[in-house]
Design a protein around this ligand. Structure first.
Ligand SMILES: [Zn+2]
Length: 75
């Protein structure tokens, strides 16, 4: 699996933004992270406050499933 770093403009055009699941017992990875819900499984996830509004929020496990189902649309 490759990690692609994109600019904020590119991120706004992405389909999904993959987020780390939030667990109450672990708390936020960074204190100003914001909570959202995964668009597939509705698990609670955390993301940076400056993530663009366009892409749907998805948890990492669902993001991996999406990538398997639909393939990586790179290039
Ligand atoms: Zn999910």
């Amino acid at each position: 699996m490759t990690v692609k770093i994109v600019t904020r403009e590119e991120a706004a055009k992405a389909d999904f933004v993959a987020c780390v699941p939030y667990r109450a017992e672990e708390g936020l990875l960074l204190p100003n992270n914001v909570l959202a819900r995964c668009c597939r499984c509705e698990t609670r996830i955390q993301l940076r406050p400056d993530v663009p509004n366009g892409p749907r929020r998805i948890c990492l496990p669902c993001a991996l499933e999406e990538a398997e189902l639909h393939g990586e649309e790179d290039t």
